[in-house]
Design a protein around this ligand. Structure first.
Ligand SMILES: [Zn+2]
Length: 142
């Protein structure tokens, strides 16, 4: 089955459940009809969710979708409400490993990603690479 592409940017989206779309859509974007929904992963595209029938843009969505934002706060873990800025702050205060960053920030393990994360997926696949990259960058500076 061919994946539906974003009608605005033409990028390949990732499928998301309707439940996830309902959790993030503003009331002004209701009703969220039964359909197949996707999340557009292009950082520069204003579309967040789309279905064969319609698009929901950033203006229709309550959460800040990290990869579509350039200014803080950029959420990494929606269950525990931890941002990229929190991770960088923990590292600057002395966290040296991924485990130490996790302990200092409380990131991860919320278990509600289907509802809280606009991706509808576990946020570890996004925050672990970010923490590793941030640790590497801080070790280069010292
Ligand atoms: Zn798009």
């Amino acid at each position: 089955m061919a994946r539906q592409v974003c009608p605005i940017c033409g990028g390949q989206g990732l499928p998301v459940e309707k439940t996830t779309v309902i959790c993030h859509a503003k009331e002004s974007a209701w009703p969220i009809s039964d359909s197949r929904y996707y999340i557009c992963e292009s950082p520069d595209c204003t579309v967040v969710y789309y279905s064969p029938e319609r698009c929901l843009t950033k203006a229709d969505v309550k959460a800040r979708v990290t990869f579509k934002e350039r200014s803080p706060p950029r959420p990494l873990c929606y269950c525990k409400q931890v941002t990229e800025e929190d991770v960088i702050g923990a590292i600057s205060k002395g966290a040296k490993t991924v485990d130490e960053v996790i302990e200092a920030t409380g990131i991860g393990g919320g278990g509600l990603c289907k509802f809280t994360n606009p991706y509808g997926r576990c946020c570890s696949r996004y925050y672990l690479p970010f923490i590793e990259r941030a640790l590497r960058q801080s070790s280069l500076k010292t």
